[in-house]
Design a protein around this ligand. Structure first.
Ligand code: ASC
Length: 551
């Protein structure tokens, strides 16, 4: 079946947390429309850029784009940006059931509000390994009052201006900023309006006794989150489109770019409402929790619960977060075991660096920059000129394991910027070890959610401290590891992944924190480029392809 959408993308004033701000909308909405599809459907999104003065690209996060690498929507990697006024047609197949998302992948545009849910159901006649009565999508997000322009300019300035903590957390696009705190930012009357219906709390109405599948998606710019429903347990059943061996928790940790399905039964006292809350973990954040109503029918949806919202977990407790990461296993009966060995092991040391006075993030001391010609085009359509279009020197496969101290501020004066890429032999098995380290601040290491385009990977293991190639692989879970497309690397820890390079194209792999990617925290993989079909001409028009057009 073909599902055809026509989307118009523009800036509009919105008040998602009661504070009026320019937000990017799709057909007037942020979050944008939910894509509802069935496994095997073809999705066509005809996207018109009505932003007026800004380019655009949309990434379909979690969709592998098998056979359509040009529809991945990653500006600079798989396509030229969509220019103001232009219409671009994304076409791809949703080949697996599960919970996914879409969002802007141009500059730091995602955090201006361009995002939404993708929900792919199983084909008719196929049943899922768990039961529920109702299915709902909930997107968690953080929200800044400053514009993307101010933030991006600060990040690429010397002296560096950090974006800081977000002002609000949004649950399904709604939050609530305390207007009395809006003193210095903007004093125009009407800028903060606590009675604006746009920022009335999100409510999920439940029928007593019924079970709800909540598809949680985090699309935060910065924050790692905990999500909890007062007085209710939740059973985790899906992660990034893969069934999880069920486990029950009181709160779930979710990192930017991840999705989870949880089952919640409405089995508490039905005479009242309950809080759903989300709060920041892993950063000592000033951002207040986001609040929503878990509304037992027939109570009024906007009636506040009689209790105080439950406090989330302590922001700096790493143990429970690591424990959740370790608890996520593939569901019995749905295990796709990884190949027993790999052909190549690449270690990615994550560091914060100063390069020419600018604050950057690096992988193995190389900070990523995008080339003028997107890689897919450079590799496919450069007519023999690819070597001039990006740095051909292969980027490093690891770091100096013996001498590098991950617990100290690095003296990485040798760090560089580069647009070189990792070229993977087609159909080989690749292991990636994400190694965390200290930032430029003493005694500080941050959590980074890494997202891979075009593939799912097996999560083989997590550990604390420095990964040891001689002993740690013995701890890998090769029996029932979950497959995901986004995974956290915890502070001062490592995360080991395995994937098969079987999807012809050029694929980004990066930290899903918007500012960190902007500051260079990513890499690109190429595999099987010779198997990629002819690129649609709509992907071109920048870099070397500018010269292809003849009147
Ligand atoms: O990239 C970042 O920069 C700041 C800080 O390290 C320097 O101000 C921060 O918290 C980040 O995550």
């Amino acid at each position: 079946r073909i599902r055809h959408y026509k989307w118009d993308v523009k800036y509009e004033y919105k008040s998602p947390d009661c504070v009026k701000k320019l937000a990017i909308t799709i057909n007037g909405r942020s979050p944008g429309p939910t894509i509802l599809a069935q496994q095997g459907d073809t999705i066509i999104v005809e996207l018109t850029n009505s932003l007026g003065m800004e380019n655009l690209a949309i990434h379909w996060h979690g969709i592998r784009q098998i056979g359509t690498p040009w529809s991945d929507g990653t500006e600079g990697v798989t396509q030229c940006p969509i220019l103001p006024g232009d219409t671009f047609s994304y076409r791809f197949v949703v080949d697996r059931p599960g919970t996914y998302m879409y969002h802007a992948h141009y500059g730091m545009q995602r955090q201006a509000g361009l995002y939404g849910s993708i929900r792919v159901s199983v084909p008719d006649g196929v049943s899922e390994p768990f039961a529920y009565d109702y299915d709902r999508s909930i997107i968690l997000n953080d929200w800044y009052h400053k514009s993307t322009y101010e933030q991006a300019a600060g990040l690429s300035s010397d002296p560096f201006v950090w974006v800081g903590e977000p002002q609000s957390l949004l649950i399904q696009g709604k939050g609530r900023f305390n207007c009395s705190k809006l003193t210095t930012l903007n004093l125009e009357p009407g800028v903060c309006n606590a009675t604006n219906p746009e920022c009335s709390p999100y409510t999920l109405t439940v029928v007593p006794g019924k079970t709800y599948r909540l598809r949680l998606t985090s699309i935060t710019a910065l924050s790692a989150l905990s999500f909890q429903i007062e007085g209710h347990n939740m059973t985790v059943v899906e992660a990034d489109g893969h069934y999880v061996e069920p486990f029950t928790v009181k709160n779930i940790f979710i990192y930017s770019g991840e999705t989870y399905s949880i089952l919640v039964k409405a089995e508490q006292d039905p005479s009242r409402n309950y809080w759903m809350t989300t709060s920041v973990v892993s950063r000592n954040s000033t951002t207040p929790p986001g609040l929503a109503h878990f509304n037992y029918y027939p109570n009024h949806p906007q009636r506040s619960p009689p209790t105080d919202p439950p406090a989330g977990p302590l922001w700096d407790a790493v143990e429970p977060r690591l424990a959740q990461s370790l608890a996520i296993k593939a569901r019995q009966g749905y295990i796709y075991p990884p190949p027993a060995t790999s052909d190549r092991i690449i270690v990615f040391l994550n560091t914060q660096n100063k390069i020419d006075g600018y604050t950057r993030w690096s992988v193995n001391n190389v900070s990523f920059t995008l080339p003028e010609t997107p890689y897919l085009i450079a590799l496919k359509e450069s007519r023999g000129n690819a070597q001039h279009l990006f740095d051909q020197k292969p980027p490093p496969e690891g770091y100096n394991f013996t001498s590098y101290d991950i617990y100290s501020v690095a003296n990485n004066t040798n760090a560089t910027k580069s647009d070189s890429i990792y070229r993977l032999k087609f159909n080989t098995t690749v292991d990636i070890i994400l190694q965390n380290a200290n930032t430029l601040t003493n005694n500080n290491s941050e959590t980074h959610p890494w997202h891979l385009h075009g593939h799912d990977f097996w999560v083989l293991g997590y550990g604390e401290g420095k990964f040891d190639i001689n002993s740690d692989p013995a701890r890998y879970n090769l029996v029932d590891p979950i497959m995901k497309n986004t995974v956290p690397v915890h502070r001062y820890g490592w995360t080991a992944l395995r994937f098969v390079a079987d999807n012809p194209g050029a694929w980004a792999f990066h930290c899903h924190i918007e500012s960190h990617l902007y500051m260079g925290m990513g890499v690109v993989f190429e595999e099987g480029i010779e198997k990629v079909g002819k690129l649609p001409s709509q992907n071109m028009g920048c870099g070397i392809t500018k010269g292809f057009w003849k009147p």
